[in-house]
Design a protein around this ligand. Sequence first.
Ligand SMILES: *Cc1c(COP(=O)(O)O)cnc(C)c1O
Length: 225
Amino acid sequence: MTVEVNAQLVAKNIHDLQDRLAQLSQDRDVRIVAVTKGFGVDAPRAALAAGLTMIGENYAQELVSKHEELSPAERERIEWHFLGRLQRNKVRSLAPIVSVWQSVDRIELIDEIARRAPGAKVMIQLNLSEEPQKGGAPILEGPALVRHARSVGLDVVGLMGVGSAGDPTDSAAAFGELVALADGLGLSERSIGMSDDLEVAVAQGSTMVRVGTGLFGARAPRDGV
Ligand SMILES: *Cc1c(COP(=O)(O)O)cnc(C)c1O
């Protein structure tokens, strides 16, 4: 089940968010990944029409089916970012499509991506909330995963993290830790901040926010998630 989006409203939301980000970051460049999970192919289309090209998805099958519905010209422009918990056996079907693998959090996934998509751009996802059911590696394992990914030829572009649910200010310290670690490892991208906590994330040094509901509205509930 998918919810329809209103392309005009999405364009307005995108422009408003761009203005807000410019203010919050004092004109430092903070880019937007439009997160289209739970919406149909009209969501990435609306984002593209409004000038965004980085589109994020959490589920392999949903990403592949949206990709297949797009025209060749649209596919050409889109840069798909994979954000969700990733099973090793899904890497193969995603490899020809995904541009940036943001949710890489373990050795076996690094090795499989290196095998199926040599030299691909990846981010190492850190578990900032320390809730074990959430994706991401423990912060302490971040440096070793970055080194491993580099050693097998992947292009490690940054670190990714999801703030804890609840009061966004609770995530400030963990966002700051991720940014400091990225600095120490020479990684330029810090993918932190979603609809509800992007302000805190940008204040801590986010270079990339991942925004779904803030652009497209409420998602359809997903069975079993
Ligand atoms: C769903 C999701 C987002 C977008 O969340 P919103 O609250 O809709 O902005 C960003 N990042 C990840 C990893 C997600 O799963």
